[in-house]
Design a protein around this ligand. Structure first.
Ligand code: SF4
Length: 97
């Protein structure tokens, strides 16, 4: 299952993605961006948010499980189940658009 993901270690909380694509991103309690929806993730606004992030913190990941909540530490870091691989980095996304 393809999902959006914010790497919290890379996010600087600038808010650009949230301004560009409030359907998919919002500030979490930690004041860094987090993904708030898995619907319509290939929208133009999602692509624009990814390409606008100054730290390349946003990417798509591919989860084998649809369950978000396996509870492992890697899942908590990456925002989804542990069976994931990054399927695009931002440069590849630019080429895909
Ligand atoms: S644009 Fe990037 S750095 Fe800025 S809040 Fe969003 S994920 Fe964080």
């Amino acid at each position: 299952m393809k999902k959006l993901n914010v790497n919290k270690e890379a996010c600087i909380g600038c808010g650009a993605c949230i301004a560009i694509d409030p359907e998919h991103f919002d500030f979490g309690d930690d004041n860094y961006s987090e993904v708030i929806s898995d619907e319509n993730i290939d929208s133009d606004s999602a692509h624009n948010a990814i390409s606008s992030c100054p730290t390349n913190a946003i990417s798509y990941v591919d989860c084998e499980k649809e369950n978000d909540d396996c509870g492992c530490s890697e899942c908590e870091e990456k925002g989804c189940c542990h069976n994931h691989d990054e399927i695009y980095d931002n440069d590849e996304l630019d080429e895909a658009i």
